[in-house]
Design a binder for this molecule. Structure first.
Ligand code: NDP
Length: 370
């Protein structure tokens, strides 16, 4: 299953049991795993995000622990395993990865690889009988997203896409405001720009699944979806690629896209790989507006709400966004709970991204979700 109720196999994998014979099979009794059971996670790909954010986040997790590491660089994996208390026998390289199947200490595989590898490792993890937590964007193509969902369903394991802002207090408050009567948002303006270094998978169209759109534009797109609570009905887009910057031989530097929603709400979004860091959104309704600075960053989010000319800063906790989403998935597994970002949610973003690129290529609006 990609989400939803726990199955017999899933329950057993987490230490929970389903009781009863034939009658109970129709309405299984769910007995939670022993108190204190923390699902073990295998991190696949020891790059910047894993080293700088995820491994430290696990130290702040209450319901999750690092159980294994998967890497193509053994010395790095050994050094990190020693630092984070992972047994050396729980280090795998990419060829040996499928052996996690035989490691009962691993309950969840966290795919933190370049985007073009998300589908392969999700499918392999599912075949190994492990739940999958996969970084955004889910995959470069909708075809791969569907294969990932099908593989997890066939293996009866859960699949969650790592949208950390769905659990972040400022974004949750913004969503309430946007959808409620207080603001009744009709226009979202979202921008995420940053400089990318040359020669990484991010400027390789095949490995990234595009340029800045799937990597950073996805934050603007996804925010527009959860702020409005709607799926886009149409998209328009343009891209810009400079001739004199060697980073942009394969991918665009910039994409501007406009999403139109069925209610009439619209979102105007920009993402750029060659400009200084800006990370913000503004949402505007008939009687008020809200602006979020550092909106898509890991820390330092700040929301200012303006109503009837009065401006106030919303004071909310700054949480460890990674620890929160990791623990949430562990909890969903342990307690048989659904979550907000299953494979289908990731697939919708990738569907929209394909439409954004088609609109940019054709110069025409592309209809969606009709
Ligand atoms: P990095 O390039 O820093 O790390 C990727 C790692 O993947 C490498 O270090 C390497 O690990 C492994 N890898 C395996 N095969 C390849 C290959 N052919 N080329 C390059 N690397 C390979 O990327 P990030 O850590 O920044 O991003 C990883 C994923 O996380 C991406 O999907 C990205 O979109 C997502 N991400 C999400 C963020 C969020 O806020 N949710 C923020 C940043 C990234 P090893 O050396 O161990 O083999």
């Amino acid at each position: 299953m990609s989400d939803g109720a726990v199955s017999r196999r899933e329950a057993l994998a987490t230490g929970a049991v389903l009781l009863g014979g034939a009658a109970a099979q129709r309405t299984p009794v769910y007995v939670p795993p022993p108190p204190g059971k923390k699902p073990g996670w295998a991190l696949v790909g020891l790059g910047k995000l894993t080293i700088e954010e995820l491994l430290p986040a696990f130290a702040r997790c209450e319901k999750s622990r690092v159980a294994a590491l998967v890497s193509g660089v053994p010395e790095k994996a050994k050094a990190l395993a020693a630092r984070y208390g992972v047994p050396e026998k729980h280090i795998y390289d990419y060829e040996a990865f499928d052996r996690v199947k035989d490691n009962p200490d691993v309950d969840v595989v966290y795919v933190v690889l370049p985007n073009s590898l998300h589908a392969e490792y999700t499918v392999r993890a599912a075949k190994a009988g492990k739940h999958v937590f996969c970084e955004k964007p889910m995959a470069p193509t909708t075809k791969e997203c569907r294969e990932m969902i099908a593989a997890c369903r066939a293996a009866n394991v859960r699949l969650m896409i790592a949208y950390r802002l769905h659990h972040e207090p400022h974004h949750l408050r913004a969503t309430d405001l946007a959808r409620g009567k207080e603001l009744g948002v009709q226009l979202v303006i979202a921008d995420l720009t940053q400089q990318v270094p040359p020669g990484t998978w991010r400027t390789d169209r095949k490995m990234g699944g595009g340029g800045p759109v799937p990597d950073i534009g996805i934050y603007c797109l996804n925010a527009a979806r959860y702020l409005t609570g709607e799926e886009p009905a149409a998209v328009r887009a343009t891209t810009f690629t400079p001739k004199d910057d060697l980073r942009f031989g394969d991918v665009e530097q910039r994409c501007l896209f406009t999403l139109s929603f069925p209610s009439g709400a619209q979102a105007n979004c920009s993402c750029d790989y060659g400009l200084d860091d800006v990370s913000q959104f503004t949402m505007i309704g008939p009687d008020g507006s809200a602006r979020m600075d550092n909106a898509f960053r890991y820390r330092g989010l700040k929301m200012t709400v303006t109503q009837r000319g009065v401006q106030r800063v919303t004071e909310l906790a700054q949480i460890d966004q990674f620890a929160a989403e990791i623990d949430l998935f562990s909890q969903c597994i342990l307690e048989n709970k659904p979550h907000k970002t299953p494979g289908e949610h990731g697939l919708q973003d990738v569907t929209d991204i394909e439409a954004i690129y088609e609109a940019a290529r054709s110069g025409r609006p592309v209809k969606l979700n009709s």
